[in-house]
Design a protein around this ligand. Structure first.
Ligand code: ADP
Ligand code: MG
Length: 325
């Protein structure tokens, strides 16, 4: 399509997007005007999050366009999930090296499949030429005072995690080594499942919450800083998938689980009195959770083994996971 005048190609791409977008009653005006016009429900707070994905930085450069589409929305929905919000709308700003309709159609396959799962409607965006980059903004609602904030952890709280952390980092490690690529792990890297239902059911029971994008220990440090508390993580309690157990020896697996990023699981704190409530919230959301530590006084993250001894990642090589910005 490179011989098509630039403006025409851009509008053709926008038309392709617009033709596939689902309706929502609270979208007064979607794609096509200068801005979207959206009806926020009475009595709700608006929750907004945005995240950019750049090729080679946020996904391996052999990632399929449909997976890029899925992941660019998933990482954003994960931020809403971590706030306990109900997603509603999104915008999509695309920077594309060329006006490639086939690439766009495949990208939309993944993006819109996840959008449909969460009843999220694409209401606008921007389409420009440049290095491949995708910026998504999501909007959702939360009942006033119910948002799950990073600054709400209290000394004495339990610390919980959803799912089986480490799978995405396991896939990335395999990809970097060019080693046997485990499809079960790779799908967890390419198609993360934002824990939206769990975030919603936790909104009435959890205190602080964060989604794990940079690695568990790095991300709980944000909770410590915001809440003015310390957190102890018992690394032996981190639930591991069978695929991860099979693919890596135990020290490596633990390092991947404690410091590996890209899982988009929810890590949250709740009072020990709320353990039944947390289990119920997890059942209602059909999402497994596990208790992995506690909130303590101080300001540090401590990783400990089953005997209460300080734990360090087995291989220094994995520290770059923890240090990713
Ligand atoms: P403007 O010049 O007013 O910014 P654009 O030509 O950029 O308008 O966009 C026209 C319409 O198409 C707007 O409603 C905009 O939100 C929408 N749009 C543009 N690019 C995208 C995209 N990648 N995804 C969804 N909507 C888009
Ligand atoms: Mg524009």
């Amino acid at each position: 399509m490179s011989d098509i005048p630039r403006g025409a190609a851009e509008f053709d791409l926008i038309d392709r997007i617009r033709a596939r977008v689902a309706a929502r009653a609270d979208v007064i005006l979607g794609i096509g005007d200068d801005a979207a016009l959206l009806q926020v429900p009475a009595g709700k707070q608006l929750v907004v999050a945005t995240d950019t994905l750049n090729t080679g930085v946020h996904f391996p450069d052999d990632t399929a366009p449909a997976d890029i589409g899925w992941k660019s929305l998933a990482v954003n929905l994960s931020d809403l999930a971590a706030m306990g919000a109900e997603p509603a709308w999104c915008t999509l700003s695309l920077s594309l090296p060329q006006a490639d309709a086939a690439w766009l159609d495949a990208f939309l396959d993944g993006f819109l499949a996840l959008a449909a799962q969460h009843d999220v409607t694409l209401v606008g965006g921007d389409t420009t030429r440049g290095p491949l980059s995708i910026c998504v903004t999501v909007h959702g609602f939360v009942e006033p005072g119910r948002a799950l904030r990073r600054d709400a952890a209290r000394v004495g709280d339990d610390v919980w995690i959803s799912g089986t952390p480490g799978d995405a980092a396991g896939a990335l490690a395999q990809w970097r080594e060019g080693a046997s690529r485990d499809a079960t792990l790779r799908v967890r890297l390419d198609r993360p499942m934002p824990r939206v239902a769990l975030g919603r059911t936790l909104a009435n029971v959890a205190h602080a919450c964060i989604d794990v994008s940079d690695g568990l220990l790095a991300d709980v440090a944000h909770v410590c800083r915001a809440s003015g508390v310390g957190i102890e993580i018992e690394v032996d309690r981190l639930p591991a998938s069978d695929a991860l157990r099979i693919a890596f020896d135990e020290p490596t697996r633990r390092a991947l689980q404690a410091t590996g990023g890209d899982d988009y699981e929810l890590c949250f704190t709740a009072s020990p009195q709320s353990r039944d409530g947390v289990e119920r919230a997890a059942r209602d959301a059909a999402t497994p959770v596990a208790r992995i530590g506690r909130v303590v006084a101080g300001g540090q993250v401590r990783a400990i083994d089953a005997d209460g001894r300080e734990w360090q990642p087995a291989r220094p090589g994995f520290e770059h996971f923890a240090q990713r910005p």
